[in-house]
Ligand binder design. Structure first.
Ligand code: PEP
Ligand code: MN
Length: 361
């Protein structure tokens, strides 16, 4: 991190950027209330700190030890002097503020009527953002792959999602499963989701980041927190810091039955909040894989400090074409949102901002 002197001129900043480029490096320039800080993107061994410190306007060069630097809480403190978290704005919805945000909808968009009905119901239940899968990542090629499996189907399903979002005044989120989907999905969706299975797909991350829309980035079920954050850095390094990190469960252990699909790692929520300034949300649906645990785990996630939840909802889960076993009804969602808001308020009123990073309102 190149820390510029207070009052460093635009020319001095530009000349540091130019110097980095001449060494084959890129720059992340952040100007905050205190000063400008330039993050080096690329292989730092190409340049020496001693050289950089001789450039006009440079105060000092500081090493951030973690493999992720641009999303590090320490980085934002350098130029802003603040330790507040980033608020990702999606239309009128703020993710990362004091009030948790609820993203809800079907696992997969199955048809226009299904989506419109669920959209109306989740809106009435208090949801902020509508979800619906078009390109589904499935373990078996013989399972329903989402309407995105045909070109016309993808376009149609995405246009319904847009229409439902507009009609019920909710931003919409859907997954981008491959690089070839990015441009199409970005034309319709407000948030692009990168699914668990793609966490390690750095080319996809770079392409999704470049679409310039907020990204909901899911942790791989076998990834450590450090790996998760390191891969998030690919999105930030592509110039997009509107990243919402999502914990969705990691692989269970042992040989016997575990009773749940994955293990929801709620410790990840406060740990990530200490490490980065990005908002963290939780997906209890894919973690549990069973509807009777959704309420308990949602409340626990909010108590752990999550900035929001992504929950699968269906009016007729028995007939759902995927993940029926974990979908709740919209009226269950409504009760859950109420309880989550109460838990959130109780935690705040008790002074329990355990991470020490205050929300903004
Ligand atoms: C999803 O949210 O639709 C999904 C498939 O989740 P994950 O990538 O976490 O498995
Ligand atoms: Mn699902």
């Amino acid at each position: 991190m190149i820390i510029m002197k207070k009052g460093a001129t635009a020319e001095e900043i530009a000349s540091v950027v130019h110097d980095l480029k001449s060494h084959g490096l890129e720059a992340d320039v952040s100007t905050g209330e205190i000063r400008t800080v330039i993050g080096i993107i690329g292989d730092e061994s190409r340049i020496s700190a001693t050289h950089l410190e001789t450039l006009p306007g440079v105060k000092e060069v500081r090493l951030i030890e973690t493999p992720y630097k641009l999303i590090n809480r320490e980085y934002s403190a350098l130029f802003d002097g603040k330790t507040e978290s980033r608020v990702v704005k999606v239309g009128k919805v703020n993710i990362g503020n004091c009030e948790p945000v609820f993203m809800a909808g079907p696992c997969a968009i199955e048809g226009k009527d299904q989506l419109m009905r669920i959209a109306e119901d989740v809106k009435a239940a208090g949801a902020d953002i509508l979800r619906g899968g078009v390109f589904k990542p499935r373990t078996s090629v013989h399972s329903f792959q989402g309407l995105g499996s045909s070109k016309e189907g993808a376009e149609r399903a995405l246009s319904w999602l847009r229409e439902a979002g507009d009609k019920y005044d909710m931003p919409v989120i859907t997954e981008v499963r491959g690089e070839s989907h990015v441009d199409l999905v970005a034309r319709y969706a407000d948030i692009l989701q990168i699914g668990s299975r793609n966490m390690y797909n750095q080319d996809l991350l770079i392409k999704v980041a470049a679409a310039g829309k907020p990204v909901l980035f899911k942790r791989h079920f076998g990834a450590s927190i450090e790996e998760f954050l390191s891969f998030s850095e690919y999105i930030a390094a592509s110039g997009n810091k509107d990243i919402i990190l999502c914990e969705r469960g990691i692989v269970p252990v042992g040989r016997g039955k575990n009773y749940t699909r994955y293990v929801l790692d709620l410790q990840a929520v406060p740990v990530i909040q200490r490490e980065t300034y990005l908002p963290v949300v939780v997906d209890p649906s894919h973690a549990a894989g069973r509807r009777d645990l959704i309420a308990t785990m949602s409340l626990s996630a909010i108590a752990a400090g999550a900035s929001g939840l992504e929950i699968e909802v269906h009016h007729n889960a028995k007939e759902a074409r995927c993940d029926g076993q974990q979908m709740i009804t919209a009226s269950e969602l409504g009760a859950l949102i109420e309880s989550c808001r109460r838990v959130n308020r109780a935690i705040r009123d008790s002074g329990g901002d355990y991470t020490g990073y205050k929300c903004k309102n």
